[in-house]
Design a protein around this ligand. Structure first.
Ligand code: HEC
Length: 252
C-alpha cells in the first residue's frame, strides 16, 4: 500500500496544496451562490420574507390558500414588478380570475412585465401569454410538478456527488480523531442529499417532510463548512502533533 495517498496535508507537495486550496475557494464561492439561489427562489412564498418550512411546503406540495401565480408573485417573481402592480394582479385573482376585466388589469401588466420570459418559448417555465394560460396559473397551487422534480433531482444527485467527492478527497488528508467521526463527516452529505431529494416527493404526500428537506440541507451545509475550514486550517496554519510527525504524517 502506498502511504502517499493518506499523508497529512503538510506532507503533500506545495503544488497539491495550492491546487486543493484553489479548488476549495471556488467551491466555497459556488456554495454561497447556491445558498443565495435557494433563498431567492423559495423565501417569501408564504408572505413572510424569511426562508421557512412553510415556504418549502408551498414550493413542493403547493399552497392550500394561494394559487401558483400568487405564490410566485410573493416569492421568486417578487422583483419582476412594482408592489402596486403585484397587488393588482393578486386582486384580479381574488376576484375570481375572470376574463372580462383581464385585459384592463392583470393582462396588461403581465404582457408588459412577464412575457419576455414567460412568452411560451421556454418549456421549463409556465407560459403566461393570453388569458387561458394565465387562468391556468391562477388555479389552486399544487406545487412543483413531478417532471420538474425529476429533472432537478438528477442534476442535484450528480452535481452534489461530484462536489462532495472532491471536497471529501481533500478532507481525507486531515488529521481527525476519532476515526469514526471523520467517516461520519465524509458520508453525511451523501446521506443528506438522498434524504433531501426523497423528501421533495414525500412532502407532496405529507407536508411535514419539508422539515427533512430543511434539516438535511442544513446538515449538508454544516458538513461542507466543516470540511472546508478544517482542510484550509490544517493545510496552512496547523502545528502537527508529535505522534503524527513520528508516524511520517500518515493519517487514517
Ligand atoms: C427574467 C425572466 C422572468 C420574468 C421577467 C418573469 N419570470 Fe416568472 N419565472 C422565470 C423563471 C426562470 C422561472 C422558473 C424558476 C423557478 O422555478 O424558480 C419562473 C417561474 C415562474 C412561475 C412558476 C413558479 C413555480 O413555483 O413553479 C410563475 C407563476 C411565474 N414565474 C410568474 C411570473 C410573473 C407573473 C411574472 C411577471 C410579473 C414573471 N414571472 C416574470 C423567469 C421570469
Amino acid at each position: 500500500m502506498t502511504r502517499q495517498n493518506c499523508v497529512h496535508f503538510q506532507f503533500l507537495p506545495m503544488g497539491m496544496r495550492t491546487l486543493y486550496t484553489a479548488t476549495l475557494l471556488v467551491l466555497g464561492t459556488g456554495y454561497l451562490f447556491a445558498m443565495i439561489y435557494i433563498f431567492e427562489s423559495h423565501a417569501g412564498r408564504d408572505g413572510d420574507p424569511m426562508l421557512s418550512v412553510n415556504d418549502l411546503i408551498i414550493a413542493y406540495s403547493g399552497s392550500k390558500s394561494d394559487t401558483k401565480l400568487e405564490s410566485a408573485l410573493k416569492g421568486p417573481m417578487k422583483n419582476m414588478l412594482p408592489p402596486e402592480e403585484q397587488h393588482e394582479i393578486i386582486a384580479w385573482v381574488r376576484r375570481g380570475a375572470k376574463k372580462e376585466d383581464f385585459d384592463q388589469t392583470a393582462g396588461k401588466i403581465i404582457a408588459a412585465r412577464c412575457e419576455t420570459c414567460h412568452g411560451g418559448t421556454n418549456p421549463h417555465i409556465p407560459n403566461l401569454k393570453g388569458y387561458s394560460n394565465v387562468a391556468q396559473a391562477a388555479q389552486l397551487d399544487t406545487g412543483m410538478d413531478i417532471f420538474t422534480l425529476v429533472r432537478v433531482s438528477h442534476i442535484h444527485l450528480f452535481g452534489i456527488t461530484f462536489i462532495f467527492f472532491i471536497v471529501g478527497s481533500i478532507f481525507c488528508h486531515a488529521y481527525i480523531k476519532p476515526l469514526w467521526l471523520k467517516c461520519v463527516i465524509l458520508t453525511l452529505p451523501f446521506l443528506s442529499i438522498l434524504a433531501d431529494i426523497g423528501s421533495w416527493y414525500l412532502t407532496k404526500l405529507f407536508p411535514p417532510f419539508a422539515w427533512v428537506v430543511m434539516i438535511s440541507g442544513g446538515l449538508m451545509g454544516m458538513a461542507f463548512a466543516l470540511m472546508w475550514f478544517v482542510s484550509i486550517w490544517q493545510m496552512w496554519f496547523y502545528k502537527m502533533p508529535p505522534e503524527l510527525v513520528q508516524n511520517d504524517g500518515v493519517v487514517s
